[in-house]
Design a protein around this ligand. Sequence first.
Ligand code: ATP
Ligand code: MG
Length: 744
Amino acid sequence: MEALLDGLNDAQRSAVTSPASVLQVLAPPGSGKTKTLTARVAYHINHERLQPWNVIVCTFTIKASREMRDRIRGFVGEDIASKLILGTFHSVARRFLFRYGQFIGLPKNFGIADASESLSILKRIIQREKHNVEPSQARGRISGLKSKGISVEQFAATQKKAEQHEFACVYAEYEEYLKEQKLLDFDDMLVRTVELLRKHPVCVSSIQAVLIDEYQDTNNIQYDLMKLMAQSQGRITIVGDPDQSIYSFRSAEIKNLLRMRDDFPSSIAIHLENNYRSSGCIIQAAKAVIEQDDSRPKKPLVATHCAGTLPTLRHLANAHLEAKWVVEEINRTRTLAAGLLNYNDYSILLRSAALSLSIERALGNAGIPYRMVGGKRFFDRAEIKIVLDYLRVINMPDHNEALVRVINLPSRKIGETTIKALLGEADKKKITLWKLILDCAQGKRRPDSKISSSAQNGIDTFVNLIITSRRKLFAEDGEECSIVELISHVLQKISFEAYLKGQYKDSWRDRWANVEELVVQATQLASALTDTEDDALPVVDGIEQREDTAADILSKFLVNVALSTEVEKNEGEELCQVTISTIHAAKGLEWPVTFIPAVYDGSIPHSRAEDHNEERRLLYVGMTRAQALLYLSCPVRESRQQDTVLSKFITDPDTQKLFTLSGPTIGSPAEGCTVLKDIAKILNRECPSVEAIEAARETLEFPEDVQYPLTREAIDGEEPSWNESKVNNEQLEQFPKRRKLEKS
Ligand code: ATP
Ligand code: MG
């Protein structure tokens, strides 16, 4: 077993071995907080003889808890590590409820309704009882009430207004349903555990220690839980960094740091200052960003590694070229590094998931395997799947599956029973569902199935939408429409933005942004694969060469989408992958090379963000994930070709001096050796030999100096290469303008 204190500095050691009953370790990124916390868990067990089943460790994500258990295993062995109570707050709560839930009247075999399940339960209740309440709003309100500990009875007793009364009914029926089905929702898990531990402290009377990582992002109920879990004799250790608090939108309370000092006046704080993760240059640039926040107390952060290479700040003409450049840079550095770097050493961190489409495409085109963390791949996102299903139906209405998925989406009052009956009838008559409903809508036939008049109206509306869209597609009314126009037509007819607003109270804006992104890139996507493949084929005499019609483009588009998701599935298993992640989900993690694209005002700081200091911290979290190479980039025009302004967090000239425009020169063998030696030192890996580096250079197929102009001015002087995109401005006019950037 590894020696516990080896490889720790003095401050870390004193944190690991501190006899304090309440210990706070507040320290900057990469200073070894997680490492220290892990060692302290092992110290509690190996040296203080605490029982592993009496030690609770809370991490922020499931992935983080897995990694932590792996690390602890190295110190205490498999058997003991497996006995720790270690996981996210929710999974720790679940354990208590499984074991002691009967104390508060929970059935032994209760289940969990996750967020999407509880939403669909609410939808069903609201639909069934015809309440005039919006499901996701109800979900949000119930969640808010529960986390304040307000039960349905307490709520109902205080509300007089009719509207409140209706909501109270929904709340009551929802609770009733959960109870009947023996389900708890996510909020219940924490709320009920707090209730359990408050009423029955005996459940935690043997707990000896509670340790919490990423403490700066805990919310009030988690704080209560922490205190309750430690209430008998438990010692508390928290590690965190106020500069990395990025979850205020989920009611994380940075005040909990101060509250802790009030609640535990005897607590001891230990500060760590040395950064062991990143090169000196990366630390300097990250510090320059975070120190712009004047309200923040100054704190030391000292790099322990060599200076390394300056981080890169790059302008590209547009988002498409930006993505292409990121991919070329990955290939270039990986090749020149002669085996020192592999795909899994690279991460691409995004402010919002909607930005992933161009990156995913560029990686896909280059055949580079990648995985998405903290978000679904673009084409797997619910809102995108719906739009694609509509396009599938328009392209081929006999596509039963797609038709069934969208016929009642958004709701047209066509119930599941009606759909089932119609499907059965179509089956019996050996026609497709589309044929059946089309004939009925056109009065050519009466359905055998019993259909309510409201459902029939809904079916007619749907049929009508598909018919008008197909007319547009096949230019039956004259002008042929583009794919952008077609999608815009559908989105408008089904009031998709309003639909998303209604369904997703918290995330509709992001989802709508995804849809906008799909529209903007649809034309390019349509031609993405087929253009180049067509070029490779010989022109055969006798075959008519004609321009693609809109219908051809739509089919190509759908085929290309299908292919790209297929590729993704096949490569899902591969381990050596580039990581794409939101910055939020990258918390606590590190990679040798990190790219942060789209660093412009409106993206980061985000146009909807109220707290720009939190946005700055977010950029800081992103930058401090990088170990050896860091790239920030900014398209001069974003994907809708609106001009951008470089993020205000890096416009300051003194900050910009800490970046280079051109990327790391792994150029000549002499230079290359220095750069690679530094990278190897930082990563604690062996540097490839000079011969290997030279041989790698020989294999490089593209020019080393990437052929894009370096500065904004130079880009502006150029013939804009974004013309290669077939989307033109007129087509874009068809589509609602992206909300103006609110803050700059
Ligand atoms: P974050 O705030 O981003 O979560 P952190 O403070 O939790 O960062 P860790 O992830 O624990 O930092 O450590 C960062 C890196 O530094 C890890 O690779 C870790 O192994 C290494 N490290 C930490 N302490 C030391 C040390 N004393 N000597 C050498 N390497 C160290
Ligand atoms: Mg950490």
